[in-house]
Ligand binder design. Structure first.
Ligand code: ACM
Length: 531
């Protein structure tokens, strides 16, 4: 990559004012006529930071066999995470230490930044002697580490010793997210993905400062989480998937391990049990949940909207109560996602009746409710988080909820659904919400997208990945890359940085990293991928 396109240079100017706003003390190197050195990786970070100020002299820090990772108390785990990232390719020891002596260091400092950076913000300073990341919390340090990772050569992602030099361009980044919630969803119900496959996706999304993983754990084709009080949900309801494969489920122990793995990467898991529709796997597992007392067969097709829990049976509420109680006990995060979409065979009065009993169950467990925006028909509390998945830029249910005080999560299907095909030739995915090329995924402003929904009412964005056509990690990756980084940038970066030419240039620079990581990405013709 050579010199930055013009709009990105303007960003350096913008950076100066951003620094002033944050009161972080602009460095003298950030003069407006400054041209960043050619090849500077400082300007390649995705999501685009609030401000990037490459050193005017083009200096750099170089990792050596003597470099240490110096951590404050409370930063040790992030330090170990960083060491684990850097050791394989460099072959260096990179001890994680609180010893203040020694020269060459990457320092992770807690609590010494402007409080306006918030819990997730950080500053990153690089000079000849070292790298210093500062943040108020481990979350902020982790975000700084992800930026640092992208400042190193792509070969740093190699899992075996690779050729250096391991240089980091000198300069300063000051950064914090635009939106609190930056999510990815994985549908493990239509096709089951093993804990290892889910962890692989967690690793990938964490590179782009995604902080929430929504797991779609139950649908018509499969129930994927062990519920001890209703064991057949998993052992029978989880025993197949779309196409009739073997399916699978997570034991509670495996699930806790996934939640912990995500938490180490500063990602909160939101579990979803979809109801009252999308419930064939449950209805097939327990005949008594059906209004007629007859269990339907397991389902391995891809139709939607044909199943419903039995609204007038008391056992339905015992079932939902037991499931939510076990799920809440597995969930350190604040939300349980209750689905609520496409309940086409549940009448509207029944739908409302159902959720008027179920919503308080989640609240009584100390959890907030998340749900697809259809759930707004049942008027949940203002603490509930409706997730917009429509394909138009206005929705009365959502507008009314925002007027009542709800915040919303945006995942418009025609922009952010990673399972939509890129174009008519894409071998995987669906197209009911249209084709989504990279510029479409990137080309909308969450802060002004929905009529009647101001930026202040938007909690954030999510990139859902439904798995009717996806069976293995390769498939996940082909659909998520490169669009997941686009949605991640919409969620993190200030709108003032939004620039397609800059984004496509930075995206191209990610490709060698994905190749090192074995990520099978879609080579969109919109991007000038390196040879
Ligand atoms: C959905 O796509 N049915 C939420």
């Amino acid at each position: 990559m050579s010199r930055l396109p013009a709009p990105r240079r303007a960003l350096v100017v913008l950076a100066v004012s951003a620094l002033a706003v944050l009161g972080a003390g602009a460095q003298s190197s950030a003069s407006p006529d400054h041209h960043p050195p050619k090849e500077s990786r400082m300007n390649q970070v995705i999501p685009a930071p609030v401000s990037v100020t490459p050193d005017r002299h083009g200096g750099e820090f170089r990792l050596t066999p003597d470099t240490v990772i110096r951590v404050d108390r409370g930063a040790k785990r992030v330090g170990e995470y960083l060491a684990d990232l850097l050791r394989p390719a460099t072959g260096y020891r990179l001890p994680v230490t609180d010893d203040r002596h020694g020269d060459s260091a990457i320092s992770l400092d807690l609590g010494k930044v402007d409080p306006r950076l918030g819990d997730e913000g950080y500053t990153l300073d690089v000079d000849r002697r070292g790298v210093e990341i500062k943040a108020r919390t481990a979350k902020g340090l982790f975000n700084g580490v992800q930026s640092l990772r992208q400042l190193l050569p792509a070969r740093i992602e190699s899992r075996s010793v690779a050729r250096g030099p391991w240089t980091v361009p000198a300069g300063r980044i000051v950064d914090q997210p635009r939106f609190a919630h930056r999510g990815a969803m994985l549908d493990v119900a239509r096709h089951f993905f093993s804990p290892e496959e889910v962890k692989r996706y967690i690793d990938q999304i964490s590179m782009y400062k995604i902080n929430t993983l929504h797991l779609h754990l139950a649908d018509d084709q499969g129930w994927r989480i062990e519920i001890k009080s209703w064991p057949r949900l998993a052992t029978y309801g989880g025993s197949t998937e779309v196409g009739g494969g073997p399916g699978g489920y997570y034991t509670q122990e495996q699930y806790r391990d996934l939640v912990a793995y995500a938490a180490e990467r500063q990602i909160t898991v939101i579990p979803e049990i979809d109801m009252p529709g999308h419930t064939n796997a449950a209805l097939a597992s327990y005949a008594e949940l059906n209004c007629d007392g007859v269990a339907p067969p397991l389902y391995t097709g891809t139709e939607v909207g044909f199943s419903s829990l039995c609204i007038d049976k008391e056992i339905t509420y015992r079932f939902v109560g037991d499931v939510l109680r076990e799920l809440a006990a597995l969930t350190p995060g604040e939300y349980l996602h209750l689905g609520g979409d496409e309940a086409h065979v549940t009448t509207e009065p029944d739908y409302i009746k159902f959720f008027q009993r179920v919503l308080p169950m989640a609240e009584d467990l100390g959890k907030k409710v998340a749900g697809w925006h259809d759930l707004l028909k049942a008027s949940p509390l203002t603490s509930a988080l409706p997730q917009y998945w429509g394909t138009t830029d206005s929705n009365q249910l959502v507008t009314d909820a925002v007027a009542r005080g709800n915040k919303v999560l945006l995942s418009p299907a025609n922009k952010s659904y990673l399972d939509m095909k890129y174009d008519e030739n894409t071998p995987l995915g669906l197209s009911w919400a249209g084709y989504i090329e990279v510029d479409t995924a990137y080309g909308w402003d969450p802060g002004s997208y929905l009529q009647g929904v101001p930026e202040s009412a938007v909690l954030g964005v999510e990139a859902p990945l439904w798995s009717e056509t996806l069976e293995i990690s390769d498939h996940i990756e082909f659909m998520a890359f490169p669009r997941l980084p686009a949605i991640a940038e919409l969620g993190w970066s200030p709108w003032s940085t939004h620039d397609w030419e800059s984004f496509r240039t930075r995206l191209a620079a990610q490709a060698p990293r994905w190749t090192e990581l074995g990520i099978d990405f879609y080579r969109s013709p919109q991007i000038d991928w390196p040879a």
